[in-house]
Design a protein around this ligand. Sequence first.
Ligand code: FE
Length: 346
Amino acid sequence: MFNIKKFILKSIFILTLLSLIHINLESKSESELNIYSGRKLHLIDPLIKEFEKDYKIKVNITTGKADEFIERLKLEKKNTKADILLTTDIARLSRAKKNNLFQKVNSEILKNNIPSKYTSKDFDWFGFSIRARPIIYSKERINKKELKNYENLADAKWNKKICMRSSNNVYNQSLISYMIINLGEKRTDLWIKNLIKNFARKPYGGDRDQIKAIASGQCDITVANTYYLANMLNSKNEKDRNAAKKVSLFWPNQNTFGTHINLSGAGIIKDSKNYDNAVLFLEFLSSQKAQEIYTKKINEYSVRKDVEPSKIVFKFGKFKSDDKQLHEIGKEIEKAIYLSSKNGWK
Ligand code: FE
């Protein structure tokens, strides 16, 4: 038989239990922060450790491929646990923005610490480090005086001398996007067509592999991000160090629009459950302390003028970068992908 007393007691018990769980979750969420990171754990771990120590906020980090996180966030919507998406490349930050994943952040600290050219115009993503993508060449076989700019890499004289990674990679997609912005679509189309003719081998591997290919004599010239060369020069691995010593860096387009640069950055997820902690984390990333970790441990450039590059990056010298057009890069990415596949840059 139905026992009303038992039923009421049971209901009270369940309700009390549920409210306790709720309180527990709420108090837990106040000291937590959940990050989806497209950057590798060993790179951002020093930043996370400092933040946890200074702010007493527990950071839960999930690492993986940024593009997969973007797809995941689109599916998770309001149910997402993520508060922040951390990633490299302006094209990915723009993609996340385009998919409506970020929310506007009102923070005077972020506005003061990061120049506006390195943040989204709507203040919904922020650049925290800069990487440049110059020309890297063989010290032995290339006369520096013959290098000028990215356009020049398509000249017939470099036949079978160039190694490039795949155009499936966002770094080269952003580089092509930069070319479209500065040269126009038609000239970029022709540039890709002729550049591919100069490839010494099929696109293969990452930026580091292109540098190694120059060192082993497979090709003489590539385009790679600065921190790869710096990290190889600093490497514990003797082979990597020796390979890096065989190449040198050339800053292209110094008399025209400047060398292509890109950003790593982050934004706060629209349905973040720990918004305040997320703002604190972004503010921390823009602090002098965190920016020094970016330069010293990761060998990237700081977005702040008052933070110097690491010793090894300092030796690469000063250069003119194309930072006027950074916001436009994400807009031309689809065209960049189209042009590279049309011309067969695999
Ligand atoms: Fe990288």
